[in-house]
Design a protein around this ligand. Structure first.
Ligand SMILES: C[S@@+](CC[C@H](N)C(=O)[O-])C[C@H]1O[C@@H](n2cnc3c(N)ncnc32)[C@H](O)[C@@H]1O
Length: 208
């Protein structure tokens, strides 16, 4: 498993290249360029968001529990203008951060993979200042009763294994509202990706 994760981390950027070009990079730019103050990213992966953050942030914490992903992230961090960023192995459900201390939490393609999404959302709520935002770009469950929803359910057990715990049927928007956030997201389609992963939400969740 450790070896498989190393392979995934090594080829992640290559595998995502086309989708990044077709849509993800544009959404990352839109969501992240204007962020300011104290920012924490969960599941930072290989660092696909790094180039989109301002170098004038007050602080930037990058959490990535997978050691192989973290190594890729370290390399990108070294070559970036974000030398001030703090990198940790924190999981989203247990952030080593004071309550009400952050202006933004960022999650891009991460809530699909986290072990305990409800607890991770409670943590994001806890660490955000009132008025703070959880910035989101997530692939989610298709509309209930749609054909795509049916196929997501069929693929789920296999997909979870090959894609490192990625869930196709997470109702992320609903879970966020249940956690007390106010949602400001739009639906999008992840062009160039396997059909079962294409339904997306892009935007932010406000911590009242
Ligand atoms: C699909 S990758 C997305 C990486 C990156 N955020 C991006 O936009 O390209 C999902 C990431 O979430 C991380 N992850 C998985 N479980 C996690 C958890 N419980 N807490 C935080 N991150 C987690 C994985 O290690 C992986 O790097």
């Amino acid at each position: 498993m450790k070896f498989y994760r190393k392979i995934v981390a090594r080829f992640y950027d290559l595998a995502m290249q086309r989708v990044e070009r077709l849509c993800l990079q544009q959404w990352r730019r839109e969501l992240l360029a204007e962020l300011s103050g104290d920012v924490l990213e969960i599941g930072a992966g290989t660092g696909a968001n790094l180039t989109h953050y301002s170098s004038r942030l007050a602080s930037l914490q990058l959490c990535e529990p997978d050691a192989a992903m973290r190594r890729q992230l370290e390399v990108k961090l070294g070559a970036s203008s974000h030398g001030f960023a703090h990198l940790s192995a924190c999981v989203a459900a247990r952030l080593d951060v004071d309550g009400e201390s952050l202006d933004f939490v960022v999650s891009t393609l991460a809530f699909c993979s986290v072990e305990d999404p409800e607890q991770a959302m409670r943590e994001a709520f806890r660490v955000l200042k009132p008025g703070g935002r959880l910035v989101l770009m997530e692939h989610v469950a298709a509309d209930q009763n749609s054909r795509l929803h049916y196929w997501q359910h069929c693929w789920q057990p296999f997909w979870k294994r090959i894609a490192c715990n990625c869930h196709l049927t997470r109702k992320t928007a609903q879970l966020l509202e249940d956690s007390g956030f106010e949602l400001f997201v739009r639906k999008e389609v992840m062009r160039g990706a396997p059909a079962i992963t294409t339904p997306m939400i892009v935007g932010y969740a406000l911590r009242p």
